[in-house]
Design a protein around this ligand. Structure first.
Ligand SMILES: [Zn+2]
Ligand SMILES: [Zn+2]
Ligand SMILES: [Zn+2]
Ligand SMILES: [Zn+2]
Length: 481
């Protein structure tokens, strides 16, 4: 393993353990956009159509191909590639030649890749390969993969069947079926699709060092291939100490789709892009921190049966949250019934208790709490309770700013309501601020010539006049004092 560390350090890289992710590749020096961070030949690879004569088994080129005269299955672009591959291919060539037509069909690219991996390892055990491949081997052994016990039965059966196929196509080799099945599970999350320059897939390869690189949906690096050689280049300036990241998937997709596509790699992405939306969801639909002064958001940790605050680390027990959630559920039936019966003053006090109950469980910016406060705002307006109406109106604004993009009319309208309430309560300066915010947004969304806007502008002017009168009156009083 030291050899690997030396080789990486010569390139300005280190491998580190990153909490929550496992290993990752870290830049030990600065990289500029376009710099090659690392390049690597595959430890084993297979063209996706190796037996159809469409690509060379060594370099993946598609021109001037000729069949191996031994097995008549694999193709090469010339004697150069054939010679380079012969050390490995001679171990399978005879076996391939002896395959019946039925068995030949079993030789899919994945089985082929595994067969090559088995052969590679055999060669290494025989020490016919040099030391550079030795550290590949170390890494193949340590490749991160999900525990076999985590796999569902269907996958286990599939891997066992594939391991059997490898044994069938390489009958002369002493193959450990369990180990091969395990390797299939590693391959499923560590293999890279080799593409041409226009990013069309050509085959699959195992690049142990490159597989250390973690995924991000907003990666700072990109993986491209020249033939079979993989190149990782910096997309943006990468500072020493930063993690090198590539994307394993198509990133032009929603968080849900991206997370779905990442399932095959057995992890949940928590890159800033996913995290932001995850955080948004956890705030809008989730629970609040046990510490009421903390506005952190909580993520469910199923195995711990708890919801953990991502800001302060405090956990909330699943049983406790379920209990409060049930109480809320029960009370929501009561409050809606009272409200639809039209009893406003009863509804007002019940909804106030309902809001307090929700506040015990829900994040202060949660949508459900927002809806309760919107109802309270309406009820208080009907009851001419301006003071409480204003209080609820003000509480809705930060959530509006969160759920609507800037300049959304809903935000402007809510500022307008706030301003009107503040005006009624003779909070002139506050009303002036709210009318100004409302006008700035609604001018964009509603134009400035409608009666609705004229009314807003005249309220704004009135507030301006009143505010400057109050300011000057205050100034005079201060002088006389
Ligand atoms: Zn070739
Ligand atoms: Zn052959
Ligand atoms: Zn992501
Ligand atoms: Zn907290």
């Amino acid at each position: 393993m030291e050899a690997l560390e030396r080789a990486l350090s010569a390139r300005g890289l280190t491998v580190s353990w990153i909490p929550g992710k496992g290993r990752g590749l870290i830049a030990a020096r600065d990289f500029s956009p376009g710099n090659v961070i690392i390049s690597q030949e595959p430890f084993a690879s297979s063209p996706s159509k190796f037996s159809s004569g469409s690509s060379c088994d060594r370099c993946f080129t598609s021109s001037n191909l000729r069949k191996c005269s031994g097995c008549r299955i694999v193709w090469y672009c010339g004697t150069g590639c054939q010679k380079l591959e012969w050390k490995l291919h001679r171990l399978e060539c005879k076996a391939f030649a002896a395959l019946s037509e039925d068995r030949e069909k079993m030789l899919t690219p994945t089985v082929r890749l595994m067969a090559k991996l088995v052969l590679r390892r055999k060669l290494q055990n025989d020490l016919t390969f040099g030391f550079t491949s030795y550290y590949h081997l170390c890494f193949i052994v340590h490749l991160s993969h999900q525990d076999m016990s985590d796999l569902d039965e269907k996958q286990l059966i599939l891997y066992a069947q594939m391991a059997n196929l490898v044994k069938l196509v390489l009958p002369s080799l002493d193959i450990d079926l369990k180990e091969v099945a395990q390797n299939f599970s590693k391959i499923s999350c560590n293999a890279h699709t080799i593409c041409d320059s226009e990013l069309r897939p050509l085959g699959t390869g195992l690049y142990p060092i490159i597989s250390i690189i973690n995924h991000s949906c907003i990666p700072n690096s990109v993986l491209v291939f020249e033939g079979q050689v993989a190149f990782v280049r910096a997309l943006e300036p990468i500072k020493a100490g930063a993690e090198v990241m590539i994307s394993y998937i198509e990133t032009a997709a929603t968080t849900n789709t991206r997370q779905d596509n990442l399932k095959q790699y057995f992890f949940t992405c928590s890159c800033p892009r996913c995290f932001k939306e995850l955080k948004e969801d956890a705030i809008l639909e989730g629970y609040r921190c046990k510490d009421k002064k903390c506005d952190g958001f909580l993520l469910h940790e199923v195995e711990k049966k708890s919801f953990t605050c991502q800001q302060c680390g405090l956990g909330r027990d699943e049983n406790e949250t379920t209990k409060v959630a049930n109480e809320i559920e029960e009370m929501s039936k009561v409050v809606t019934a009272v409200l639809s019966a039209g009893n406003l003053s009863q509804a007002s006090s019940l909804y106030k208790n309902f809001e307090q109950l929700q506040l015990n469980l829900l994040h202060p910016h949660s949508i459900k709490l927002l809806q309760t406060r919107e109802t309270l705002l309406k009820v208080c307006m009907e009851l001419n309770d301006w003071r409480r109406a204003l209080q609820y109106c003000q509480l809705t604004i930060p959530v509006y700013q969160r759920v609507y993009q800037s300049n959304h009319p809903m935000v402007g309208l809510q500022y307008y309501t706030c301003g009107k309430l503040e005006w009624l309560l003779e909070k002139t300066e506050d009303a002036l601020k709210s009318f100004t915010e409302a006008a700035n947004i609604l001018r964009i969304t509603h134009g400035s010539t409608s009666p609705f806007m004229y009314e807003l502008f005249s309220r704004l002017e009135e507030a301006q006049a009143e505010a400057s009168y109050k300011r000057s009156a205050l100034g005079e009083r201060m002088i006389t004092d």
